[in-house]
Ligand binder design. Structure first.
Ligand SMILES: Cc1cc2nc3c(=O)[nH]c(=O)nc-3n(C[C@H](O)[C@H](O)[C@H](O)COP(=O)(O)OP(=O)(O)OC[C@H]3O[C@@H](n4cnc5c(N)ncnc54)[C@H](O)[C@@H]3O)c2cc1C
Length: 481
């Protein structure tokens, strides 16, 4: 019997797991995908919003600024990529000027520091590659970028280190309410618990419906994102936002933590909750829009693209709190700024559980930090030599674009990577210009040998994304990586 089971291992579920792991509870997280973070949490813009965007009368507004302030400590403790680069929100038409003033006031009312409206001269000095037709821009130094998947991995690793149990590849099929709590059916086993936290992202209403706690509905809004060649690195140094539309924050220019520029996302309502396709129309829209404020950006520089699905609740706000079914809590409808807000949501939900009667006794030996993956590419010459002497696997380069060694790939696998994406998102093998052209077979080989899985079962991101068909089973891929 678990005290608490979290359904869904996105950024919200993982943040909840780490927060609750501070207390003496029997705690588990159940995730349907093969690894955590493989839902919306790995397919977003990776922005920790500055704190002034969301309206104060919404839960989004309540948690945006509180969440923002928690990321420095999290990044330090969990060793993930994070950089406070600031943002500029552009006024391109005279009607936009009022919006800048409104947003500045909104932020100041909430205590967001450093908000300034810049005139064209300052914009050109600070970001010379932006269009010279921009009228004004609101500068917010508190905006940051993060590697969201690394944050998920760090949060769950910390939770596990503090006693939480993780079950990946366990889709929840049904839930029954019984006298002392719930039983949760997955294909592999039945789980029993007193409290359920439903953090199932775009499927949260369906999970809630399993127990009759679906007093909300989720709609999906797709966003396509395009990653550009390193050639354009530095073209802007801050996040660039246009004034927002009714349904999204508009098409952004995002200097990612690792350097490359990303542009996106689109905002398109879709019915299919698994539709992660990108499109010619989406790309055209993004590049046409973005060229209005940064003319040198071209679609020809795209090295990869992806899409993510926003979980939009019918209230258009987060759905957080007790449901009509006692013991079943929804943490749902977590659309943007959900990544930013996740750590604050986790603290809020924990306090809510306390006020609902859950006994929360702090563990004396809770450990806030983890070691984090090694990064050969960031080591000095001396550090590299020492690493190779200690472990010769540092002397075997697996990914040439990003200088990732066999030792790092093996570290990723020891820390939960089960797929090519799991390795890529932990240690960057396959993230460079050739997008895995060189290292895919080498990483597959290491996954296969270390996990004792045939090559035909190695996937990019879980079932359905296998790389080899059984006919190729007898081929040996790269002997001696
Ligand atoms: C294109 C795009 C850009 C965005 N940019 C930003 C940004 O820059 N900054 C920001 O703050 N926010 C951003 N967001 C929003 C942010 O990504 C989300 O708010 C956040 O990732 C939601 O996290 P989550 O944990 O609720 O959902 P998810 O990450 O989707 O996690 C839910 C998990 O539940 C699992 N699950 C579902 N059903 C079941 C089941 N039956 N059994 C077991 N597990 C189940 C899923 O597999 C999934 O892993 C963006 C969103 C999109 C789509």
């Amino acid at each position: 019997m678990y005290d608490v089971i979290i359904i869904g291992g996105g950024i919200v579920g993982c943040a909840l797991a780490r927060e609750l792991s501070r207390y003496d509870l029997r705690l588990a997280l159940i995730e349907k995908e093969v690894e955590v973070g493989f839902g919306t949490s790995k397919t977003n813009s990776g922005i920790i919003h500055a704190g002034h965007h969301a309206s104060p009368d919404t839960l989004k507004g309540k948690f945006e600024w509180t969440g923002n302030q928690m990321w420095d400590d999290l990044a330090r403790d969990l060793k993930f990529g994070f950089n406070r680069i600031g943002e500029l929100l552009l006024a391109q038409k005279s009607e936009d000027l009022q919006y800048l003033e409104k947003l500045k006031k909104q932020g100041e009312g909430r205590g967001v520091p450093g908000l300034e409206i810049w005139p064209p001269k300052r914009i050109q000095k600070e970001e010379p590659n932006l269009s010279h037709t921009i009228l004004q821009a609101l500068h917010a130094p508190t905006a940051a970028v993060v590697n969201p998947y690394e944050a998920c991995f760090g949060l769950i690793e910390c939770a596990q280190q503090n006693g939480a149990e993780l079950f990946c590849g366990y889709p929840v099929l049904s839930i029954c309410r019984n006298d002392d709590g719930f039983s949760i059916q997955t294909p592999q086993q039945k789980f029993h618990c007193r409290i359920i936290l439903n953090a199932a992202g775009v499927f949260a209403d369906r999970v809630a419906a399993m127990v009759g706690a679906d007093d909300f509905e989720i709609f999906t809004r797709k966003g396509e994102e395009y990653m550009l060649d390193r050639r354009l690195q530095g073209i802007v140094t801050r996040l660039i936002f246009p004034t927002p539309t009714a349904t999204s924050k508009g098409v952004l220019i995002i200097p990612t933590v690792d350097g490359p520029i990303m542009v996106g996302p689109t905002a398109e309502d879709v019915d299919n909750r698994e539709d992660l396709s990108t499109s010619f129309a989406g790309a055209s829209k993004i590049f046409e829009t973005v060229r209005q404020y940064c003319p040198a950006i071209s679609e020809r520089d795209t090295i990869t693209e992806f899409a993510g699905l926003r979980a939009v609740a019918d209230s258009n706000d987060f759905v957080i709190g007790p449901s009509p079914v006692k013991g079943f809590f929804n943490v749902a409808g977590i659309q943007s700024p959900g990544l930013t807000a996740a750590p604050a949501i986790a603290v809020y939900v924990t306090e809510m559980l306390r006020s609902e009667g859950l006994k929360l006794a702090e563990k004396s030996a809770w450990k806030a930090d983890i070691d984090g993956p090694p990064h050969f590419a960031r080591m000095t010459k001396q550090e590299r030599k020492a690493a190779i002497l200690k472990d010769p696997a540092y002397g075997h380069l697996v990914c040439r674009c990003e200088s990732v060694t066999e030792a790092e790939v093996l570290y990723a696998i020891r820390h939960g990577a089960r797929t090519l994406d799991g390795v890529k998102f932990r240690v960057r093998a396959g993230m460079g210009r050739c997008q895995g052209g060189f290292c895919t077979t080498r990483v597959m080989d290491l996954l296969s040998h270390t996990l004792g899985m045939p090559l035909t079962e190695i996937t990019k991101r879980g079932h359905g994304s296998e790389i080899c068909t059984p006919r190729q089973d007898k081929l040996s891929v790269g002997d001696g990586v």
